[in-house]
Design a protein around this ligand. Structure first.
Ligand code: NAP
Ligand code: ZN
Length: 346
């Protein structure tokens, strides 16, 4: 099946319309008519070659919501007409310790990414900036009825990327959580941490988005451009989740952690990060990383969001506006996720 898509033709080049081939619907596959695809900063890192060479042309997009239009003979968990989602993964070995634990993203043989990855049949996966996608039913999530489909799309990456560390490191009543960077991931972090009952502080470059941050559920909002912030909040937080897409002064942020506190880095800049061991040693602090979340946890997150009325704040765009949207994300001018209306690709 030949479908319309937007692809990055080469590293650093603007995206352009194209057509791509989608495989036949296999026994365990579902065919999804895509309604919306979110724009994640990872799409931009990938297109720029920030994480190394890519198998161009690349059709990005791993925050996909759509409707099932066909299912394979063996598929029982999804039916034609269901509203479903696909995130960053479309496959894994299913047999290693990580897969068996429900951490498919850490599959020993490597998870199969939704785009720019080698699929089981040897072809390169192509993502959600397109009209249709064929995905193994085991990697297709049910999108609860109550969620607006455009605003739910970013949950499939931004939502789960924040839900995972917030749950794992115990964000909840009585804990103090800071979210660094109020972008796509950050704003989901504020909403989810607040719904979990944590006391939430946003650490943003400026106070420009303070009103939004407080409306989204933050209890406090500080500018990191103000050196007083790092003095006033020293030793405060149990958990800090850093979503910044560029390198930050880790020692400064680690200094904001209480004894035994943890800074989880989810931001994935091209450049290496560095820190002084003494910053960790001096207060038994932890520095960790976390990548998206497993399939079962992603379903749990979607159900949690439906229960708490949580979706992303989105700006829905036409496909031909994608390059402009990329520029605005790079300029931190996103409130708070761009989502492509896939009907504009038809
Ligand atoms: P985004 O919407 O661009 O948000 C990043 C935010 O970081 C910006 O809004 C800005 O917030 C802040 N920021 C940007 N540049 C900065 C700089 N030079 N110094 C200080 N702060 C800066 O991006 P996103 O989609 O949320 O993704 C964020 C990062 O997470 C990316 O690196 C992405 O690849 C990565 N990611 C990781 C995972 C994972 O599984 N670990 C999943 C998805 C994405 P303020 O304006 O508030 O300062
Ligand atoms: Zn993403």
């Amino acid at each position: 099946m030949r479908v319309n898509a937007y692809a990055a033709p080469a590293a650093g080049q603007p995206l352009a319309p194209t057509t791509i081939e989608r495989r036949e619907v296999g026994a365990n596959d579902v065919l999804i008519a895509i309604e919306y695809a979110g724009i994640c900063h990872s799409d931009i890192h990938t297109g720029n070659g920030d994480w190394g060479p890519q198998p161009f042309p690349v059709v990005p997009g791993h925050e996909i919501v759509g409707t099932v239009t066909e299912v394979g003979a063996e598929v029982t968990r999804h039916r034609v007409g269901d509203r479903v989602g696909v995130g960053c993964m479309v496959g894994s070995c299913g047999e290693c310790a990580s897969c068996l634990r429900g951490d498919e993203q850490y599959c020993a043989t490597g998870m199969i990414g939704t785009y720019a990855a080698t699929d089981v049949d040897g072809t390169t996966t192509q993502g959600g900036y397109s009209t249709h996608v064929v995905v193994d039913a085991g990697f297709v999530l049910a999108v609860p009825d109550g969620l607006d489909p455009a605003a739910a799309a970013p949950l499939l990456c931004a939502g789960i990327t924040m839900y995972t560390p917030l749950r794992r490191w115990g964000a909840g009543p009585g804990t103090k959580v800071a979210i660094v960077g109020l972008g796509g991931l950050g704003h989901m972090g504020v909403k989810i941490a607040s719904a979990l009952g944590a006391e939430v502080t946003v650490l943003s470059q400026s106070l420009k988005k303070q009103e939004d941050g407080l409306r989204l559920g933050a209890d406090d909002y500080r500018a990191t451009s103000d050196p007083d912030t790092f003095e006033a909040l020293a030793g405060t937080f149990d958990l800090i989740v850093n979503t910044v897409s560029a390198p930050v002064d880790l020692d400064a942020y680690l200094g904001l952690l209480a004894v035994d506190g943890t800074l989880v880095n989810v931001g994935a800049p091209a450049e290496p990060l560095s820190l002084h061991a003494m910053t960790l040693i001096g207060a038994r602090r932890n520095f960790a990383g976390s990548m998206i979340g497993g399939i079962a946890l992603t379903q749990e997150m979607l159900d949690f969001c439906a229960e708490h009325g949580i979706v992303s704040e989105v700006e829905v765009i036409r496909a031909e506006q994608v390059n402009e949207a990329y520029e605005r994300v790079l300029a931190s001018d996103v409130r708070y996720r761009f989502v492509i209306d896939a009907s504009t690709l038809a």
